[in-house]
Design a protein around this ligand. Structure first.
Ligand SMILES: Cc1cc2nc3c(=O)[nH]c(=O)nc-3n(C[C@H](O)[C@H](O)[C@H](O)COP(=O)(O)O)c2cc1C
Length: 451
């Protein structure tokens, strides 16, 4: 590069390029995540590009309103931080992200698989939402919710779409269970070629410990990432009655994240949720699930007057935010976009990403001739034929709802199934065997500790 690099990056894609250069390859790969063919993460982004704007040439507004509320909380732009269970990206981790979100006037979503405790994160951003999977016993879930509530979390995000898909055609990074001396030795060749990353951790005198402090039992130790993933795999999956129980136990604003189908959205409303996120886990889960922006219009039309509808998946530009709002989302959540920013430039990098989204959104609202994001509508877009997916709405090509097809979920599963699924653990019992993380850029899947 002939010129001195400006620490400010001008697109999220540039932040991703810088993250790739800065992070050890296995950490970077865990953020890219995806599963199987990687079609869903690809479609999440490609679908936004298929939607086209219909801008005006005159009559533009000189001042534009970008603020809104989510679950009653005022935010200065309709972009929230989506929870990501990742480790080893940056020594300040989710605390830096929370500070950046607070500085830019928005909400922090904290994963229960994250590297920093909810107390520290909520202290950095009073508008923190705590995310949980359906994992462990009910008593453990209650204890985790009590802790998050005591820390000041303002809402619970229940992510229920995970189905433990395994494997990526392009391979997965080897991830140690613990940062033992041997694991550090094995990891050293990767770290040494990333001196800025190494120095950032070196200054703190600590190595990433790959544990999940938000799942720490009272008086016990925080489980390792893989230990937490194993518990999750062994937990019988939830019924809709379990969802209603979880919501009631939490007792406050409750978001169900992971919905792509209209019938599920309606059931979520029946279970009493306050909001849903149309989400496919950033494409890290069941590959070939369609892009969330394709599923949004049908879901928003079905339940948008009863609960707040959010969307996450593939948002990289302010224009994407405008498109999601035009198709019925109240706000969007971002995942990789802020992870790239965090990797590229810490807290400032996350602020940089939020600023880019704000400016891009403002540019779209300006071009479309509106004075507020609340005026965005389908009329602002050209939507190609066949773009939308009406999953679970009974249309051609969509599966019938499980309740009509095979009896109610209550009938198919008991509320507290006692049997454990006969599944082989994806994580190794032995601490140091490098493993191929099962999917979600995440724990092993999407919360994959990145190393
Ligand atoms: C590396 C990684 C880890 C993630 N971990 C979690 C998690 O712990 N909990 C959760 O609800 N979603 C998790 N997600 C999904 C995000 O919350 C969000 O749905 C997704 O990233 C949105 O897609 P995007 O990355 O294209 O913005 C993770 C995503 C990634 C990329």
């Amino acid at each position: 590069m002939p010129w001195r690099q400006n620490p400010w990056f001008e697109t999220v894609l540039e932040a991703q390029r810088r993250a790739k250069k800065r992070l050890p390859p296995s950490v970077y790969a865990a953020l890219v995540a995806g599963s199987e063919r990687g079609r869903t993460p690809e479609d999440n982004q490609a679908a936004f590009a298929e939607l086209q704007f219909a801008p005006h040439v005159a009559g533009h507004q000189s001042e534009r309103e970008l603020s809104t509320t989510v679950l009653g909380i005022p935010i200065s732009l309709p972009v929230l931080i989506s929870p990501t269970g990742v480790q080893a990206v940056h020594p300040e981790g989710e605390v830096a992200v929370a500070r950046a979100a607070a500085n830019r006037g928005t909400i922090m979503g904290l994963s229960s698989f994250a590297s920093k405790p909810v107390e520290e994160v909520a202290a950095a951003n009073p508008n923190t939402f705590f995310q949980m999977y359906w994992t462990g016993t009910r008593e453990q879930m209650v204890q985790r919710m009590d802790r998050a509530r005591a820390a000041g979390a303002k809402a619970l995000i229940a992510t229920l779409d995970w189905s433990f898909s395994i494997g990526r055609d392009w391979g997965s990074p080897a991830i140690p269970e613990k940062m033992t001396l041997k694991a550090m030795w094995d990891f050293a060749p990767e770290a040494i070629i990333r001196p800025k990353w190494l120095w950032a951790y070196g200054k703190t005198g600590r190595v990433p410990d790959l544990t999940t402090p938000n799942l720490q039992p009272p008086g016990g130790e925080a489980p390792t990432f893989f230990g937490a993933y194993y518990e999750w795999q062994q937990t019988p999956p939830p019924t809709w009655e379990d969802v209603a129980w979880l919501r009631e136990e939490w007792g406050g604003p409750f978001i169900l994240k992971g919905i792509t189908r209209v019938d599920d959205a309606k059931r979520a409303v029946d279970a009493g949720v306050s909001a849903i996120s149309v989400s496919n886990h950033g494409g890290n889960n069941l590959d070939t699930t369609p892009a969330t922006i394709r599923c949004l219009p049908a879901v928003a039309a079905a339940v948008g007057d009863q609960v707040e509808v959010l969307l996450d998946g593939g948002v990289r530009r302010g224009g994407d935010v405008a498109k999601a709002l035009a198709l019925g989302a109240r706000a969007v959540m971002i995942g990789r976009a802020y992870l790239w920013g965090l990797a590229a430039n810490g807290q400032t990098g996350v602020e940089n990403v939020l600023d880019l989204l704000r400016m891009g959104l403002d540019s779209a609202v300006l071009g479309l001739g509106h004075k507020s994001i609340h005026e965005l509508s389908r009329q602002d877009l050209f939507i190609p034929q066949g773009f939308e997916r009406h999953l679970g709405a009974g249309d051609a090509g969509a599966a019938a709802s499980p309740s009509t097809a095979a009896g109610s979920s209550a009938a198919r599963r008991s509320t507290r199934p006692a049997a454990r699924r006969p599944r082989k653990p994806a994580a190794p019992a032995s601490a140091e065997a490098p493993v191929t993380p099962p999917a979600p850029g995440s724990p092993a899947p999407d919360s994959a500790p990145q190393q």
